[in-house]
Write a protein that binds this ligand. Structure first.
Ligand code: GCO
Length: 460
């Protein structure tokens, strides 16, 4: 192993400052199960899964990883990895079943216990409010396309901050608004399965607006958690240097990245994308753009792969020469450095976290072990890419692996496994994969370096 080998945990850990936050991430619908227990209301994902043919294996989130019942042992697992932080999401319909109206004490109690359980184990809670499971009752009134949902979200944010804000270090408003808008309302491959470009853009506007208004309300209420948003971003590269491919890549970059980053950091939508959208551009009211640009304490970036586009659709990633994951996504760690450096260069970004990064691979389970060398390499290479961004002066504050557990991978059901911990869905048994063992060893190295520095700082 050479010193620059990303799998060498001692060399890899050296690139990071002592206060860098290491974590693992999940989301409510993907792991909790208990989809109708203790007063939980239905979400758009509960409904969507019932439509024939939309989930690859015909599955749903009714049981998932049974985390709603197995949370104490899952928290032990998290603590045992040695992470600093656990990123999870709250199921809105579990705590406020109708979206508005009465709150559900039993649902709130669950997250109370979860947060206390993390703190007792020395793990810092990072809370996400909207990881896609909108209450069905709000969808019946128009969902994110309807402006009232913005106000229901602000109420929900304030209610959760009131309940948990004294104990959670970090609150994220939305996870991946692009996915909610475009996959949920343009291509319709995700809940709620709408296929209409104008609706999708209106949804994106309401997500950004609700984010800004929630931040404002949370700060006014004296909430002391760090506040931010999480975007799914990738470098968008033209397949060739032809003017057509370059123009297409610029537009796709506009729809994916600048459509969200510009209003958050520059107070305006990108003019080229507005021109492209024409009549599909969202309706806005005075003050919306100013509200959306509320100052952020952090920006979360979810990174999995790059995007390559060609005007005629002829790009074929199978011929690119890069390894593909089980999602058919290219393994492209240098894209993470490229992306983070660009964000730092183009926008006045606050400290950034990689809030999700990981890979689905076909795992083989043998005799209590999962030798997922491909996932281990993927994670190590991407951690090295974050280290390189830091070296280039990018303000990076943390990195979280997606995901702690194998879980419900949306339209792919349970067929795609992203966990560093294997889940046997028949028995709910959890098994550390080799990637989890590698991450644990890596975190031990980081901790040892911190201890040495603390001793040196104390003059010992
Ligand atoms: C995401 C989603 C996760 C997915 C992961 C892998 O934020 O895109 O948050 O829920 O499972 O990205 O596709």
């Amino acid at each position: 192993m050479t010193p620059s080998d990303p799998l060498d945990t001692s060399a890899a850990s050296a690139a990071f400052p002592d206060d860098f936050v290491w974590g693992v991430a999940t989301s409510a619908f993907q792991i909790e199960g208990a989809s109708a227990e203790d007063g939980k209301g239905a979400s758009i994902w509960d409904d969507f899964c019932r439509q024939p043919g939309v989930i690859a294996d015909g599955s749903d989130g009714r049981t998932a990883c049974e985390h709603y019942h197995r949370w104490p042992s899952d928290l032990d697992l998290i603590a045992n990895l040695g992470v600093d932080a656990y990123r999870f999401s709250v199921s809105w319909p579990r705590v406020r079943p109708g979206g508005g109206g009465a709150w559900n004490e039993k649902g709130l109690d669950f997250y109370d216990r979860l947060v206390d359980g993390l703190l007792q184990r020395g793990v810092t809670p990072y809370l996400t409010l909207n990881h896609w499971d909108l209450p069905s009752e709000l969808q019946a009134q128009g969902g994110w396309a309807h402006r009232d949902t913005v106000h229901r979200f602000v109420e929900y944010a304030c209610g959760m901050a009131e309940r948990l804000g004294d104990r959670v270090a970090s609150i994220t408003t939305h996870n991946e608004p692009w996915v909610v808008a475009m996959l949920g309302h343009d291509s319709g491959i995700f809940a709620p399965g709408v296929r209409d470009r104008a609706t999708a853009m209106q949804v994106s506007h309401h997500l950004l607006l609700s984010h800004g208004l929630a931040l404002q309300a949370l700060r006014q209420s004296g909430c002391r958690s760090q506040l931010g948003i999480v975007l799914n971003l990738s470098p968008v590269q033209p397949a060739t240097s032809s003017p057509e491919d370059q123009a297409r890549a610029r537009l796709e970059d506009g729809l994916l990245l600048r459509w969200y980053m510009d209003p958050l950091f520059k107070g305006a939508y990108p003019a080229d994308v507005l021109a492209f959208l024409g009549a599909d551009a969202p309706r806005m009211e005075a003050g919306d753009l100013a509200a959306m640009a509320a100052p952020l304490d952090f920006l979360g970036v979810n990174y999995y792969t790059r995007a390559v586009v060609s005007a005629d659709g002829s790009w074929d990633k199978r011929r690119s020469g890069f390894e593909l994951t089980d999602m058919d996504w290219e393994v492209y760690p240098q894209g993470l450095t490229e992306l983070l450096v660009r964000l730092h260069h183009d926008y006045p970004v606050p400290p950034m976290f990689v809030t999700e990064n990981g890979g689905a691979f076909k795992d083989g389970y043998t005799d209590g072990r999962v030798h997922d060398a491909d996932r281990t390499r993927y994670i190590a290479q991407h951690i090295a890419a974050v280290g390189e961004a830091l070296r280039q002066g990018v303000p990076m504050a943390g990195y979280m692996v997606w995901s702690l557990l194998d879980n419900f991978e949306w339209a792919s059901g349970y067929e795609k496994r992203f966990g560093i911990v294997h889940v046997d869905y028949a028995t709910q048994q959890r098994t550390l994969k080799d990637s989890a063992r590698w991450y644990r060893e890596f975190l031990q190295r980081c901790q040892a370096a911190r201890d040495v520095n603390a001793l040196a700082g104390a003059g010992v």
